[in-house]
Design a protein around this ligand. Structure first.
Ligand SMILES: CC(C)(COP(=O)(O)OP(=O)(O)OC[C@H]1O[C@@H](n2cnc3c(N)ncnc32)[C@H](O)[C@@H]1OP(=O)(O)O)[C@@H](O)C(=O)NCCC(=O)NCCSC(=O)/C=C/c1ccc(O)cc1
Ligand SMILES: O=C(O)CCC(=O)C(=O)O
Ligand SMILES: [Fe+2]
Length: 361
């Protein structure tokens, strides 16, 4: 490791150049051994959260999925009430989960010049992007996170273009989680009286996938910044694999008096965290909740997480499902081209639940 450094505003060190342009990311900063947080990462006070220690999101054991309908019922209930739950005994092999976690460390352990080949500026395709923070051009304060984002098109494209340090393990994880994805979507749809997932529904619910590898290095003054600011996902469902460090917080009882606050999602070995995204909130006409969440940085450990965002296809038009409107529900959202919705999300800084207002009637 490089000798410990103190960066201050008087140093001639060009942080943007080092972190963003040269591809060192916040991992590069952390590896320098800096002793205090650079001012660019200091978040305004309102970004920091009120934590409720005694509450949690549901943990659902899927062992009896096939012969006990109460398991599917509890998934639907959790998606309605919390928008977030953890699954254990979900059927995705533990070796596959360990494999993709190792691969994530392998990718971020590459030299900056290697990772930078996948940056927006140098990548040969928009479907692959290595970056830092969320939307550095639009943010008042940067976020303490590096990422690799992979939009899945085909095995062929992945085998040619994805980084070899993580490609095989990422593909295996995506493949092995598909059965679980179909099970959950089928149950969530049945509860809405949508009996069959035909080709067009399949496209709307799970027509495209993006996987992100997130790296949150050890941070000096972690309480002054965020790993990821408050946001809701724009997916239909997100499958999140986190390591043993912790730091993910979910909002509960939004705006409902003094219970309003944030609960920790404790790491459970072998579990997957599932959350509803904006697309499913819109499709279900607000029945399933896409809930705000954020990540607090760690002062002592390097954390990784690996979300699979299961989405509509970019060219799908999303809006409340026709079955719900036919049953007499008043639509709460307009029909909107999904790629327009996603572009709107990516072009601004994280701003809690505000993205969905873009689709509200
Ligand atoms: C609109 C997409 C994303 C890109 O299409 P494109 O034709 O390549 O469009 P652009 O290259 O013009 O990208 C639009 C904007 O999004 C930005 N962007 C393009 N991918 C990215 C990218 N992975 N990352 C962060 N900016 C990007 C991109 O930089 C650009 O911003 P700007 O340069 O300011 O105009 C297109 O692939 C699409 O419709 N995909 C649909 C499936 C999809 O990706 N769904 C999103 C699931 S991701 C999700 O739910 C949550 C993600 C998330 C991620 C980080 C968090 O901190 C929190 C949450
Ligand atoms: O790192 C985590 O636990 C969550 C990350 C997240 O919310 C996201 O990538 O959308
Ligand atoms: Fe998220």
């Amino acid at each position: 490791m490089a000798p410990a450094m103190a960066l201050s505003s008087t140093d001639s060190f060009d942080l943007t150049d080092f972190v963003i342009n040269k591809g060192n990311g916040v991992k590069g900063l952390s590896d320098l051994g800096i002793k205090s947080l650079p001012s660019q990462y200091i978040q305004p006070q309102e970004a920091l959260i009120n934590i409720i220690p005694q509450k949690s999101i549901p943990v659902i054991d899927m062992s009896n999925w096939e012969n006990d309908p109460r398991v599917a019922e509890s998934v639907c209930e959790a998606a309605e009430k919390f928008g977030f739950f953890q699954l254990v005994n979900h059927g995705v092999p533990l070796e596959v989960l360990d494999g993709v976690k190792d691969a994530t460390h392998r990718f971020f352990g590459l030299p900056a010049e290697e990772k930078r080949k996948f940056s927006k500026e140098l990548s040969s395709t928009n479907n692959i992007r290595f970056g830092t923070s969320f939307s550095p051009d639009a943010e008042k304060a940067l976020e303490w996170k590096d990422y690799l984002s992979l939009f899945y098109v085909s095995e062929e494209e992945a085998s040619v273009l994805w980084p070899s340090a993580c490609r095989d393990e990422v593909l295996e994880y995506m493949k092995k989680s598909q059965v679980l994805c179909t099970k959950l979507m089928t149950a969530l749809m049945e509860k809405l009286n949508v009996k069959e997932i035909d080709e067009s529904k399949e496209s709307l619910l799970m027509g495209s996938k993006r996987i992100n590898l997130n790296y949150y290095p050890r941070c000096p003054n972690p309480q002054l910044t965020v790993g990821v600011g408050r946001h809701s996902d724009v997916s239909s469902l997100t499958f999140l694999l986190q390591d043993e460090i912790g730091g993910l917080y979910v909002r509960i009882n939004e705006g409902k008096g003094d219970e309003d606050g944030w609960v920790h999602v404790p790491p459970i070995e072998g579990s997957l965290v599932i959350n509803v995204g904006d697309a499913l909130q819109i499709l279900s006409n607000g029945r399933y909740k896409s809930v705000e969440h954020c990540v607090i940085a760690s002062g002592s450990k390097n954390r990784i997480s690996i979300p699979i965002f299961v989405n509509p296809k970019p060219n799908d038009v999303i809006g409340p499902l026709p079955e719900l409107i036919a049953a007499g529900e008043k639509p709460k959202y307009k029909n909107i081209l999904y790629s327009d919705y996603v572009k709107h999300f990516f072009r601004k800084a994280h701003d809690g639940k505000k993205t969905v207002a873009f689709a509200e009637i």
